[in-house]
Design a protein. Sequence first.
Lengths: 385, 336
Amino acid sequence: MIRHLKILEHALSTIVRRKYKNFAVIVVYSFTIMVLASILFLSHSLKTEAANILSQAPDLIVQRTMAGRHELVPENYVEVIKGNRGVGKITPRYWGYYYDALTGSNYTILGVTGALPEMEMVEGALPSRSGECVVGEGVARARRIGVGDELILVNSQGLGQVFEVAGKFTAASDILTNDLIILGERDVIDFFGFPQGRATDITVEIRNPSEVQNIAGRIKRDLPDARPITKQEIIRTYDAVFNWRSGMMLTIFSAALVSFCILAWDKATGLSGEEKSEIGILKAIGWDTSDILELKFWEGLVISLTSFLLGLIAAFVHVFYFGATILAPVIKGWSVLFPSFKLIPFVNLYQVFVIGFLTVIPYIASTVIPSWKAAIADPESVMRS
Amino acid sequence: MILHPGIMALLLGSVIVALMLLYASAMGVKILLQWDFQSSSAGQLALERRTCLISTLISYAFGFVVLSGFLYVYTVDDIHQLFVGAMCAVGSLNANPIGWYVLWTKIGSFFLAAVWLALNYFDQRAEDFPLVKLKYIFLLLVVPVVFLDLYYESMYFLGLHPEIITSCCGSLFADSGSAVAGSLAGLPVKPMMGVFYLFLLLHSGAGILCLLTQATVFRYALSLLSLLFFFVAMAAIISYISLYIYELPTHHCPFDILQKEYHFIGYPLYTTLFLGVLYGLFPGLFQPLKRLASLREEVKRAERIWVALSMLALTVFALLSSWPVWFGNLTMQGYY
């Protein structure tokens, strides 16, 4: 045991003695790890965020398709869905998108009746009568309005309609409400000109979560043109999308990984005369080839762990303090009114393990053969040269 | 499905391991053909130096194999949410049944790699490299398993398509399920417990006898018991240990215990079981090495450590698996 520690001590002093060469390797190594770790941290944080938000989503959303396109749902579908056992509250929703030519951005307009339980983050009040609205932070900023001001939107007849801003969502709810405008249900129907008895879609509450799939199947059977979307399906899709995006980014950055391995190989091969004679002296005073290999192993491990920790810390700071400035547009997605939100710092052991697998193993693999070549050097010829 | 970070890490690791072993086995063939310990030629000296490189390469590669085993299990468990109806690793494995073969090749390469490393250890301990030929022939047997693992792993992940409906662990490990898994789950709890503790006692007994005496028969007995204990323990996990961990009298899945909800208890459980069985197998496997004069003392010394480690690991395993049975909230009184 003591023997191994002594070799480790020698390895540490060797690294310190050749600080510039090792520093260069550590900088590049940490940078590579930082990039890969940022990708994983960011996509994982987004996955967690999406899952948290979707946990409040309705269990089942029923849409209708016609000629393969999304269509408005007849309100009488509610009665058909009600016929299934285990179904809780069924609510038709009235909402749509609105393109605002003034600011060049898209808003989401949603109609409500009564209170919205999960939206407590409102400054002011929810619309209590016709002609009132609540806007999200992004809309308020784009239109430069606040509570008490007026919001003018152009309806489906091409006429301007004035809404009084009764409330504004706080920035804390940005990811949900940034581009949102809430109107009374009747106002939305008139504004978009919905045909009588049609809604955008229907949300269904299901009491037993394990029944969701069955009920979705039965709805599909009763209403062949309906498209039931389960909450699980949405979560799964988000998961797959973020995995895919981060995998894509990792593939792109694998070129950096390969060039780093070439650098590591090169650094390990190109031993200076001084290093060679040092190995020669060690062997002359009785070190075995396997001891030299152990020395090289410790050197590699120290450099790997140092860079690994530095890279992880840098990635953490980059993603969670600076909002992953460099990578965010690719992994998050983009839009004119994109919500600004704080990523929740979340790191698990699995990610760290994956990053280790992607970086440390190639590094070690590419330095084995060069270290062996150094270790078998003949002491006599090395010292003489 | 290939663009999942965990899957990419696994495939990269497997490719690196395969390349390292390919290089090592190419060198190994050269050594097998040209090795002559009596010769003092430059060629022989170069070969002796090369063995050093090969052992280092293989030690690293096998270290990666062990890590990739853990990563594989965790990844397979992690991706289950991408499949409709899957609730744990079983769902992901059923989504493309080649996944099961990957599990077997990973377990297989773990045991083979450990045996190779032990052979290598003895070879380096002796002055005259007595095991050179044996260990390189053995290496040539291990390499195909590692390549098979790489092949299966790629086929598995390439063939995975999210959204397809798979059966979840609930139906495979239900009492009425067909095949081996179903009958294992159906084993009655109390007799199974008896068999489990009986084998544990027998194993410990054989271990103590190995430590006290020099008789060869106990070493073979210990190895045989370790092998049997592996299957008994797996049956016990499926038949009753899992029930106590989940505190559910109907849930027999041996994979759910790897999840966060059960405090990742499966990892220490399986690690101690594998180590205990491995160290228990060694004394019997390496008995023939005692015939070599230069290794006899070394094998004897290592044997005592193996026996002690095997007993230690299995004791920890037994404690971990008995804890929920003795102190857990579930009681199976009504099911006996």
